[in-house]
Design a protein around this ligand. Structure first.
Ligand SMILES: [Zn+2]
Ligand SMILES: [Zn+2]
Ligand SMILES: [Zn+2]
Length: 151
């Protein structure tokens, strides 16, 4: 987390106190007593900001996509990325990181000797948090195929 120049900003609720950080939702400055720490950002005690805090924690600990990412994808997954001696399927690139569920888009390629030969499709990928490892599974991520853009 970035540290603010604490000389300049004061807590919105306590004008006499230096701000500790900014609420990620309402963008106001608060002291450490007035902030809760999420998985990535800080949030203040306002009801709306607390909802965002809960959302951030929910999506960072559960292997689920947010409604928007569900909407943009189909239930088709990358399947097994079998790659034997560099011959098979690989994922590459990383773009369109979702600010809500932290998933991102990767391309699936057919590869020969580790060199991507052609693109097969785009998938939204979300890493599975270490807190949520399904026992006996070594799955690192969940995936959904990105819908073709409408013509
Ligand atoms: Zn707030
Ligand atoms: Zn305060
Ligand atoms: Zn999302």
């Amino acid at each position: 987390m970035f540290i603010l120049n604490q000389q300049i900003h004061k807590c919105r609720n306590h004008p006499e106190r230096k701000a500790h950080n900014i609420c990620h939702n309402c963008k106001s400055y608060f002291c450490s007593d007035c902030l809760d720490e999420g998985a990535i950002f800080y949030y203040c005690k306002e009801e709306e900001c607390q909802l965002k805090l809960n959302e951030e924690i929910y999506y960072s600990t559960n292997p689920v996509f947010c409604p928007k990412c569900m909407e943009d994808t189909t239930s088709e997954t990358t399947n097994n990325l079998v790659s034997i001696n560099g011959f098979g399927f690989v994922l590459g690139g990383k773009s369109n990181i979702c600010p809500i569920c932290n998933s991102y888009i990767q391309n699936k390629y057919f590869a020969l000797f580790f060199i991507p030969i052609f693109k097969i499709g785009e998938y939204r990928i979300k890493n599975i948090s270490v807190n949520y490892k399904i026992s006996g599974s070594n799955k690192q991520f969940i995936s959904r195929k990105v819908k073709k853009p409408k013509e």
